[in-house]
Design a protein around this ligand. Structure first.
Ligand SMILES: [Zn+2]
Length: 411
């Protein structure tokens, strides 16, 4: 509950509605208030950023809570990239018409304005622990990587090469990226570890030259683009990659002090909705894009299982059975006062979460019964889990004005 200490005096809103919420939910609303204030304050900065950049960014990311602060890892402020999130990051998007529609809408908004869209199809893995890869991909990193590369190619074709799409691996050990070019890879950890600069060049200029090697001008992705377009990409994407190098150095120093992360999934709550470029504290929250509630059940079931397990283990540590909650916070953005319809969407998703829990939890609990950690729980807690798990799935439907991003509960 570290966030509780940060927000002692919320200025814009009393947060009175959240007083009775469990701490893990209340802290999310407090965090949202801070995010919202920052977002409103940065409006002019976003405008300046866009004026000074030819590239704009879109990312496809997994819901995994280890990727919740991805923007920090690449040094972008919220409100710049378009982020979509689903289990596994992209495969599920293919059959997800709403995500595609949003992808195209972002593309039109910025590319018709003269920006070049750089689209990262990401996959994730743990460099040190092969069994800590993507749960939605059954830890099969090899397949995941080649699917990401294939998906990026498909997107380039589908959008008639009006975007620059390629795949990027994220090592969740230290958040270092591996960029897969058409002519080789750029491995950012190597830059992070190499603190000496034998050629006396700045980090950005080295990265920019490396990008020109792996994405050659007038070939591959740039074969029908001017050399000026390619040059803008090398310069600007090198800026993003240099931010990653700095971030990785910082993460590695932190990990050297605290020891490597041993657990792969530590989330205690799930957020469903948009925008997905906000950054709840790392390791706390699954982030899932809202879509058609009829199609979302299986996506919702992945965090259901993991959060249920973590909540039970949280009770074992804290001794407080009130901590056995499986919360889903939902918030749907609206624009131009079009709030009513979005309220309905938030409520529909909340209903769907309840139905999903009802359908899936009995099976999830019987899977748990075959594991070692289940045997380590107290008898009382095992009984509580079997009796009340479905009732402990809590939903918090909200809407927010897309200009402020401040969540307002609806009922
Ligand atoms: Zn994943």
């Amino acid at each position: 509950m570290t966030q509780l200490a940060i927000v002692e005096n919320p200025s814009q809103q009393s947060l009175a509605f959240a007083n009775d919420f469990p701490p893990i939910v209340r802290s999310y609303f407090e965090w949202n208030l801070l995010q919202s204030e920052g977002y409103v304050d940065q409006r002019a900065q976003r405008q300046t950023w866009r004026e000074n950049h030819t590239c704009t960014y879109s990312f496809e990311l997994c819901v995994d809570e280890r990727l919740s602060d991805f923007l920090r890892a690449v040094g972008l402020m919220a409100g710049i990239p378009n982020v979509s999130r689903s289990p596994g990051g992209f495969e599920s998007n293919l059959g997800y018409p709403l995500t595609q529609k949003r992808l195209f809408a972002f593309h039109e908004e910025y590319c018709l304005n003269g920006h070049m869209e750089v689209h990262l199809v990401t996959y994730h893995y743990s460099g040190s622990q092969t069994n800590h890869g993507c749960a939605a991909r059954k830890n099969n990193t090899e397949q995941y990587r080649s699917d990401a590369i294939e998906h990026a190619k498909r997107l380039n074709r589908a959008l008639n090469r009006s975007i620059i799409a390629f795949s990027v691996g994220v090592d969740t050990d230290d958040d270092s990226l591996v960029v897969h070019g058409t002519n080789g890879d750029v491995c950012l950890r190597e830059y992070a570890l190499d603190v000496h600069d034998p050629f006396n060049k700045t980090l950005r200029s080295r990265l920019s030259e490396h990008l020109a090697m792996v994405f050659p001008s007038q070939r591959g992705l740039f074969r029908d683009k001017s050399s000026r377009t390619a040059e803008a990409f090398y310069q600007e994407f090198a800026e993003l990659l240099a931010s990653n190098v700095h971030y990785v150095r910082q993460r590695r120093a932190e990990l050297a002090r605290s020891g490597p992360e041993k657990e792969s999934h530590t989330a205690l709550r799930t957020f469903i909705g948009r925008p997905l470029d906000m950054e709840p504290p790392k390791g706390t929250t699954f982030l899932l894009e809202d879509g058609d509630p009829r199609l979302m059940g299986k996506y919702v079931a992945i965090p259901l299982k993991i959060v249920c397990k973590n909540a039970l283990q949280h009770v074992m540590i804290t001794g407080n059975t009130d901590n056995f909650v499986i919360p889903y916070i939902i918030s749907i953005p609206y624009r131009n006062g079009n709030r009513g319809l979005k309220q309905e969407s938030a409520l529909d998703i909340a209903e769907m979460v309840k139905r999903t829990a009802h359908t899936w939890l009995p099976g999830i609990l019987s899977q748990f019964e075959r594991t070692n950690w289940w045997g380590e729980l107290t008898e009382q807690l095992r009984v509580l889990a079997c009796r009340e798990a479905v009732d402990r799935v809590l939903t918090f439907p909200c809407v927010h004005d897309e200009r402020t991003r401040l969540f307002v509960p609806v009922s």
